[in-house]
Design a protein around this ligand. Structure first.
Ligand code: ADP
Ligand code: MG
Length: 436
């Protein structure tokens, strides 16, 4: 059997020295400081954010580290080893959204875009800066390396420009951080051109160590739910499938469009408005309304989807929000996560995966194989996490079994002829802040 491949998190010391060293060799002199922001993994509540529902992410110990120094002018210079150490140079006076002459190429959009968005949100006249990025969040693995990047830039700029939104590490300012979430979402949507909701940025800026973040995506309100796995001899194993599916792009937009159509036909603003106890009745109504409007074209110019497709997409969203409620309830009851309670939590994760596989149709063979192999090897529950069609899965396992479960998944991948997966130990960690 092959050894499972683990992606370790850099320690704060490692992250600080690597980012500082890259800064010195690229720009000369010392940075003003090193700031960091974590990637995230969502425990449950998938494809609920744009429906106004609940999500339950944790911050990973894997972080983007950004060594940054304020400049006297409005130039922005950026370097990352992942981009072959080429320095990207932009200027805050000329940058603009994707598709305009000022658009910023590739990853620089996530960093310069935060300054751009801050200026549009009322903080005009920001200084330029030089910054070196060292990140150990896997790129494009569904663990939100993009939000880690944006949020590290947000807390760094917040401090060097004296905006005072993030608060200190000891007393984070949650209201200020909620504003920074909006800024980072705007940078990702408009500068990088990725139509994502606010879950990733909320997790990176607003989580607490040892806790999951109950995020109500309708109004951005949060609650911190105890999730201290180590204390209960449990671990959350992340399985990065390494699967890249060319279908992905259009699929995310199609799922969003289906939810909007279903909400319209049901006469609600968001699918989160459908209560789970009214689901059967709502699905009957939806089926009738969708059959009636088959062949017609909506105001947005999209054809009405098959009634059966709309019914299944809606059933996933409404039951997933309910499962998230149930898991939050379990985690908050004060009893240890063991015995029946652990079995119930695992069952909710399993049910989430089934719903995403059958009703939302956003898994793939690599995700399904990871989940099945983890369960057979003794995971209490397992599911895909993130947008799907590739990316990552998670498994709730006994801490002592982490290596065995990872080995079993690796073997299953070898048998199926898939690229070997990578693994992360997802200890619920601290939100974005300053390291040095
Ligand atoms: P995810 O957020 O799931 O990792 P995304 O496609 O949203 O996937 O974001 C990945 C993009 O973020 C990369 O293509 C790159 O532009 C940028 N990025 C993230 N981390 C880094 C890094 N360390 N160096 C350079 N670019 C990065
Ligand atoms: Mg992302």
């Amino acid at each position: 059997p092959t050894q499972p491949l683990f992606t370790p998190a850099m320690s704060p010391q490692e992250g600080t020295s690597a980012a500082t060293a890259l800064f010195r060799e690229t720009f000369g002199g010392e940075p003003d400081g090193v700031w960091y922001a974590p990637g995230r993994v969502n425990i449950i509540g998938e494809h609920t954010d744009y429906n106004g529902g609940l999500a339950l992410p944790i911050a990973l110990p894997h972080r983007a580290h950004l060594a940054l120094r304020r400049r006297q002018d409005r130039t922005v210079r950026l370097v990352s080893p992942q981009t072959r150490q080429q320095v990207d140079v932009t200027d805050l006076d000329t940058i603009g959204p994707k598709g305009t002459p000022g658009e910023v190429r590739q990853w620089a959009a996530y960093v310069a875009g935060v300054a751009w968005a801050l200026e549009r949100e009322g903080f005009a006249g920001l200084p330029g800066f030089d910054a070196a990025l060292v990140s150990c969040v896997p790129l494009g693995g569904g663990l939100s390396s993009s939000a880690a990047l944006e949020c590290s830039a947000a807390v760094a700029i917040d401090e060097v420009a004296g905006l005072g939104l993030a608060g200190s590490a000891d007393s984070p300012d949650d209201a200020g951080r909620a504003r920074l979430v909006q800024v980072c979402v705007r940078a990702e949507n408009e500068m990088a051109g990725a139509p994502t909701g606010g879950m990733d940025q909320s997790a990176s800026l607003r989580c607490l160590p040892g806790h999951a973040l109950e995020l109500d995506c309708r109004d951005g309100s949060v609650a911190h739910v105890p999730f201290d796995l180590a204390a209960q001899e449990l671990a959350l194993l992340v399985i990065d499938t390494k699967a890249k599916h060319s279908l992905v792009d259009g699929q995310y937009g199609q799922r969003r469009a289906a939810c909007e159509q279903a909400a319209n036909l049901l006469g609600v603003e968001l699918l989160a408005d459908v209560a789970v106890q009214d689901l059967d009745e709502a699905l009957e109504r939806l089926r009738a309304a969708a059959s009636g409007s088959q062949g017609s074209t909506s105001a947005a110019g999209a054809d009405t989807l098959e009634p059966d497709v709309l019914v299944r997409r809606t059933r996933h969203v409404v039951t997933e929000i309910d499962r998230t409620h149930q898991l939050v309830g379990l985690l908050q009851d004060g009893r240890p996560l063991a015995g029946d309670k652990l079995a119930a939590a695992g069952a909710l994760m399993d049910a989430s995966h089934e719903s995403l596989r059958v009703d939302y149709e956003c898994t793939c063979p690599e995700l399904d194989t990871a989940v099945e192999a983890a369960r057979s090897a003794g995971a209490h529950g397992a599911r895909m996490t993130g947008g799907g069609f590739g990316g990552s899965a998670i498994a709730l396992v006994d801490a002592a079994r982490v290596h065995d479960v990872a080995a079993a998944v690796t073997d299953a991948y070898a048998r199926a002829g898939f690229t070997p997966p990578a693994f992360l130990d997802a200890v619920p960690s601290a939100p974005a802040g300053r390291l040095a």
